[in-house]
Design a protein around this ligand. Sequence first.
Ligand SMILES: *Cc1c(COP(=O)(O)O)cnc(C)c1O
Ligand SMILES: [Zn+2]
Length: 438
Amino acid sequence: MSSPTPTLTAPGSVQADATAGGQIAPSPARGLVCRNCGATFGLIAEHACAECFGPLEVDYDPELMRAVTREQIEAGPQNIWRYAALLPVGQDPADRVSLDPGLTPLVRADRLAAELGITGGLWVKDDSANPTHSFKDRVVSLAATAAKSFGYTKIACASTGNLANSVAAHAARMGLPSFVFVPSDLEPGKIVQSAVYGQALIAVDGSYDDVNRLTSELAETDEFEDTAFVNQNVRPYYAEGSKTMGYEIAEQLGWRIPAQVVIPMASGSLLTKVDKAWRELVAAGIVEDSDWRIFGAQSAGCDPIATAFDNGWDVIKPVRATGIAKSLNIGNPADGPYALDAVRRTGGSIGRVGDDEIVAGIRRLARTTGIFGETAGGVTIAVLCQLVERGLLDPAAETVVLNTGEGLKTLDPLLPVVAPTHHVQPSLKSLREAGLIG
Ligand SMILES: *Cc1c(COP(=O)(O)O)cnc(C)c1O
Ligand SMILES: [Zn+2]
């Protein structure tokens, strides 16, 4: 590529707030750091280390993080931007390109807890309540805001489905063209919810891993030089959006970190960022330090991180992904090693469940909480059950499980197993024959 790598405003710089006429808190981000070798870089649009090709992550100024207070956060907007002082971009509201996701319900799940014998308290963090009905709105809001700051004129992604929905919706809101690449065998609900925004939707005959390889090659072409690939060149900024899930859980529990959390994994990024968010809150003095254990959830059809965990490996052996939990079907998960580290360091574990258990998990969550989750939610609930049965999760400790997406997007596996309980004619006689009245 010929053009120089775009860079964001110098770290710590203060911009005037045009809307409020006052000063805006500076971005606490001071650069990017390689998670593999520790090399440091400016706030550039790159996701791989120039020294070792390791993944780059946003690095923050601890002084600026320590200056953040609960009161300041609580006075902020009712969405992810209340945590702007802990994020790399979007301090100035005028810079944000966002559907303003976040502050989704943290639902106390007493009936589910009772069924499973959990006595310490159980909550479901329900991210199906986001604008495009999955947690991906959090990451895309950060990616789109970074894309605008870098001066990109197009936005693109490779997606297992929910990212596609969110990128297309954000692009429509921005008025910028987007190019969304998905496996052609995606669920119809996710195809429709991507296509409806009138943006380019490219269905590729291949797996997500094939699609991801294709977009990596595409990013190197002249035609796409001016494009922000949300999970490639702006990935370090994108990934930080997942921290807001961790911040919200802590705030909604009354500024406390739960003892246990169960998180579904595709690339493994969300899991690592929830852990990062909690470590940051402790380091910044916003919550008290405590021990927490992080549990990962995968499907048996795509379980490379679970397999590495079981075998004690530090590296991930890629798999060919199958099964109904398509949003989690990443066979070669980029953040797998870091997810393994977070699970092992906190004394957690990783479970895997088959398709029938996933469907049962969706139904159990719906029946006991009124929340209809997508297949990824079914994975998480089924793994929660399994962890309790295997004695790996402490039933007496506070537990939070994440429902990361909406069930209406993945109806196919439910159609054969749920249906009207009665079918009648519009008469009391018919209701009587059906046994509903005497
Ligand atoms: C993308 C996705 C995940 C997992 O995200 P990673 O950060 O890639 O591990 C979980 N649930 C749903 C519904 C998703 O769309
Ligand atoms: Zn490196």
